[in-house]
Design a protein around this ligand. Structure first.
Ligand code: GRF
Length: 203
């Protein structure tokens, strides 16, 4: 499959995907001078930057993004720190073909600052979710999850680091399974080619 990874931050998950052998055909960032772009270059992956400030509105921005995805004949998208809302034309063009990584056990802690909010709530457990992307807010089908403990002595930084470690383990595993068509979904109906796969991811 031809993959695009959409980024906007440090790129640690992009690195995890590339190191685990996912073939990425283009990296698209909504910000310039971010670590993710350096990582793409390090691995020789073509990059494009599309800054929201260069477009009059969201429709124009989405058209530009769609243009890049078409230019690279992209079939599958992985979001990895792309903090832009994907508009209907993109969600429709890539229905059931976009995955996202979220740093909580969805549906808990939907939205931004999930790690900080879970820590502030003194949860004993949080985790990481890989889900399909639909038009809602972190509302697409859950493909895989792993729990992460908040240890008694954890600082926020230590808790955050443990969540990120789990992300780096789970995301490549699920992306590669999607790449091999071992997991697919239609709306909220998820199909796993291997019966136990859903329980095995991240373990
Ligand atoms: C990850 O923590 C992920 O949960 C969230 O965006 C962050 C991206 O981090 N969706 P990085 O740029 O991959 O380091």
């Amino acid at each position: 499959m031809r993959w695009a990874v959409l980024v906007g931050g440090t790129g640690s998950n992009l690195r995890a995907l590339l190191e685990r052998g996912l073939t990425v055909n283009v990296v698209v960032s909504h910000r310039e001078e971010v670590g993710a772009l350096d990582i793409a270059q390090e691995f020789g992956v073509p990059c494009r930057v599309i800054l929201p400030s260069h477009y009059p509105d969201r429709v124009a921005y989405d058209q530009a993004l769609l243009g890049i995805l078409r230019e690279f004949c992209i079939e599958q998208i992985a979001l990895a720190g792309f903090l832009r809302w994907l508009g209907t034309p993109i969600i429709e063009a890539f229905a059931d073909r976009i995955i996202n990584l979220h740093p909580s056990l969805l549906p808990s802690y939907v939205g931004l600052h999930a790690i900080e909010r879970a820590f502030a709530d003194r949860v004993l457990w949080s985790g990481v979710t890989v889900h399909g992307v639909d038009e809602g807010h972190d509302s697409g089908p859950i493909l895989a999850q792993i729990p992460v403990a908040r240890e008694k002595q954890d600082s926020l930084e230590e808790f955050r680091a443990r969540i990120h470690q789990a992300e780096h383990r789970l995301y490549p595993e699920v992306a590669l399974a999607v790449d091999r068509a071992e997991v697919s979904w239609h709306g909220h109906e998820v199909t796993y080619l291997k019966e136990d796969a859903k329980w095995m991811y991240g373990r």
